[in-house]
Design a protein around this ligand. Sequence first.
Ligand SMILES: Cc1ncc(COP(=O)(O)O)c(C=O)c1O
Length: 403
Amino acid sequence: MLAPGRAVRTHFPIFSNVEEPFHYLDNGATGQIVDEAADALLYFETGARANVKRGVYPLADAATNAFDAARDTMARYLGAGAADEVVFTSGTTMAINIVAHALAEGLAPGDEILVSGLEHHSNIVPWQLVAGRSGAVLCVIPVTGEGRLDLDALDVLVSERTRVVSVTHVSNVTGAITDLTRIRAAAPHATMVVDGAQRAPHGSLDVQSIGCDFYALSSHKMFGPTGAGVLWGREALLERLPPFLGGGEMIRHVSFDGTSFAAPPHRFEAGTPAIGPVLGMAAAARWMMQQDWQAWALHEKLLTERLLRGLETIDCIRVVGPVGLQERLGIVAFEVDGVHAHDVCQVLGSRGVCLRGGHHCAQPLMDVLDLAATARASLAPYNDSDDVDALLEGLSEVIRRLR
Ligand SMILES: Cc1ncc(COP(=O)(O)O)c(C=O)c1O
């Protein structure tokens, strides 16, 4: 097990390949790839490449076995009841689209889909499309001034017509952790979908104790390659859902008189999957399961505190989101009064400090907060106090030059 901070960097090739100064604080957008994942990807593409679930020659057989093993690994990472509950996707966006479109067939006009004002567009737009098609109504859990969900509103918002609740596990803007237990309890009759994109990089999960029905994550945010992700779904529910995409490998039998579909998870995996990225994602998950996440969470908390306290000392900066350390992760958005977030991030970028600036694909949240954009720092286990201090020093230059 690795101590968090600098020691972790030796497992991430980017830190040997990019020139210093390099303070990567954009992990909410994309985490860096861990050696084990990069190796698995490269090994498959250059030494073990064949399609899966098709050929019977040894190379194809080995690829299929590795792919099956990756499903087992991701099931363990998620705490799933069975490997067949793991559907491989291209990422969180595709995962949510699959479940949204599959659930649409069961929705009637007047049914209600409950999302929240904290959501990433990936957990809003698919449901808007579904609402448009089915006549269902989109309802929204409001956001508090602190950038958390106002769960008191559930008493009014949840009704017998609430058929789906789809919420983020952790806000990609404010870092707030959603009280999923409370939401589950408030809407026990609804199908519960969780967008886990921002939570998945912070250690293994237990979807069964969360009590949700579907959970979505992206490989590239959890130190794996781009292009892969997971939709976890309860077996009994996946069995009832129709496919979203049609094509090879998702069928039982095809004829012009009618086509029957394979059982889950294959029913939801049309076409050749992103085999290398899936194997890399599983390697990243295996690596993550070997780490001491209690120590890593404490490290992240201390860095978050250093950052929040540092930002507090600068008059013209306002943190957008909780300023305390409870029920939050190390995702900190802020605005610099009178300076556009893109300009803030450009000056920081010229100093090797990498932050995201913009609306973070959460325009409804920006509207509620009356903001056009914010800068956002998001932490990972390889970050240390030097990164936070470089950000704070960079902000002094921003203020000196641009205000
Ligand atoms: C909370 C949240 N949901 C969904 C997504 C979309 O993930 P992807 O682009 O990997 O599909 C993101 C990406 O930033 C996110 O932060």
